[in-house]
Write a protein that binds this ligand. Structure first.
Ligand SMILES: [Zn+2]
Length: 121
């Protein structure tokens, strides 16, 4: 796994074109390494001056259970993985539309992402 940098820095998005993979540390700051393969069926990363990553990033295996979107260089927080799943299940059971509450992006993190974006090959 030599293509993943050994020491990741918080707030940086590392991209390997060769291996079509992006990796970053969890946006909450917990330090969990988050790998997002870029492919059909995987994630799509777009860069038009700002970075957007689709679909959302869910760190369900990390203790923080962070769940967020990287949208135009901003982190848009979504409900934790478990809560989202629970909410979806409740919505199914009761035929009520699930509502996702986005939390305003934490300022600071995205600016680091933006300034630190590095294309790697
Ligand atoms: Zn985290």
């Amino acid at each position: 796994m030599t293509y993943v940098p050994r020491d990741l820095e918080d707030g940086r998005l590392y991209i390997s074109m060769e291996y079509a993979t992006a990796v970053h540390l969890c946006a909450c700051g917990c330090g969990a390494k988050t790998v997002t393969p870029l492919s059909r069926g995987g994630w799509t990363l777009t860069f038009n001056g700002a970075v957007t990553l689709r679909p959302s990033v869910g760190n369900g295996q990390a203790p923080c259970r962070s769940h967020y979107l990287v949208n135009d260089d901003k982190i848009r927080w979504l409900p934790p993985i478990e809560a989202a799943e629970t909410r979806a299940a409740i919505a199914r059971d009761h035929d009520v539309a699930a509502s996702v509450h986005a939390v305003p992006a934490r300022t600071g993190w995205w600016s680091r992402l933006r300034s630190a974006l590095r294309w790697r090959n």
